[in-house]
Design a binder for this molecule. Sequence first.
Ligand SMILES: Nc1ncnc2c1ncn2[C@@H]1O[C@H](COP(=O)(O)OP(=O)(O)OP(=O)(O)O)[C@@H](O)[C@H]1O
Ligand SMILES: [Mg+2]
Length: 375
Amino acid sequence: MSTDPGRGEGAPRRGATVEFRNVSARFARAGGRQGAAGAGGVMAAVDNLSLSVAPGEVCILVGPSGCGKTTTLKMVNRLVDPSAGQILIDGEDIAGVDPVALRRRIGYVIQQIGLFPHRTIAENVATVPRLLRWDEGRIRGRVDELLTLIGLDPGRVRDRYPGQLSGGERQRVGVARAMAAEPPLMLMDEPFGAVDPIVRARLQDEFLRLQRTQGTTVLFVTHDIDEAIKMGTRIAVMQQGGRLAQYSPPDELLSHPASDYVARFVGADRALKRLSLLTVGDLPFERGGAPAEARLPELTLSTTVRDALAAILASPAQAGVVTNGAGEYLGTVTLATVARAAREGQGRNGRLPEGGASHGRTGGPAPPPSPLGTY
Ligand SMILES: Nc1ncnc2c1ncn2[C@@H]1O[C@H](COP(=O)(O)OP(=O)(O)OP(=O)(O)O)[C@@H](O)[C@H]1O
Ligand SMILES: [Mg+2]
């Protein structure tokens, strides 16, 4: 693990690999008398967890409250050390890595935001770049770039303190701070929980766009299965007692839940949820010809099939026209087309292209490899 801060501006980089090998975390039971209580006084927050995350993947941890999601993240940057098992980053057992050096190369968005209250917003975002001794001009540029990205006007918020922002704004600053030094690995604990649905969708999209460009590996905790399906290349469904119930790409999770527990967790509407993994461009819709009716809802090739279905259901003719976005007619999608897709399933999501560095669903170009552990 080198500590070289001198990576060239804009140089492509690649995400880290993360591997959990039979990892457990045990805590003394609340109220339990340690020592006197023996094994009965200890509970497993994480129980024999094994999973691998490839470079550039977004691994989502979902599960009910208390199932060990936060503990799993905290073991990756050594805020909690495993009671058993190993965690490897880029093949190296982190038990032997200095926690401070480790944390500098990992972006961390904690569940309760955790901004430094006596530092300004700009100082908060600049935390890691400053530790890495970036020059002031570069830091300032990066801070303003990130604040703009998360939808906050740098001129308005740069010199404020966290207490002078709303909860949702603070949460966005937490995301910007974790992204500041473009770490090869990010740990995000319910990062978009406190923002409204519209801002949330925008942050999710922006984050995915950046994550794809930079090839960052991400471990991302959420309670929200829809967010998991949207963001994840792979989803780890956990259950009480810190056990892994299934670890699969979203499409597989929805089409082949491994147990009744997973099926219940992903929801009875899982066939419908799968439609959000498909776009109209994936459908075998009838191309060419003239639209049968002029007043059909307009869809484009990138409209999700779920959105297309909503539009089709709302249209009297139960169909929609597909255009190229500039008004040129390409074909028609009917309710029957959607029903067929739901039955057959044509999800491409989660199947990483070779090299595994891009987000499967959107098929963006994989960033070229670059040396790992660059700080
Ligand atoms: N430091 C600790 N000492 C004792 N028990 C702990 C500690 N940290 C977590 N736990 C317990 O371990 C279990 C898992 O906690 P964790 O915070 O990982 O859950 P979580 O899945 O993140 O839950 P949530 O969705 O509510 O955030 C819980 O029962 C919790 O009470
Ligand atoms: Mg938690």
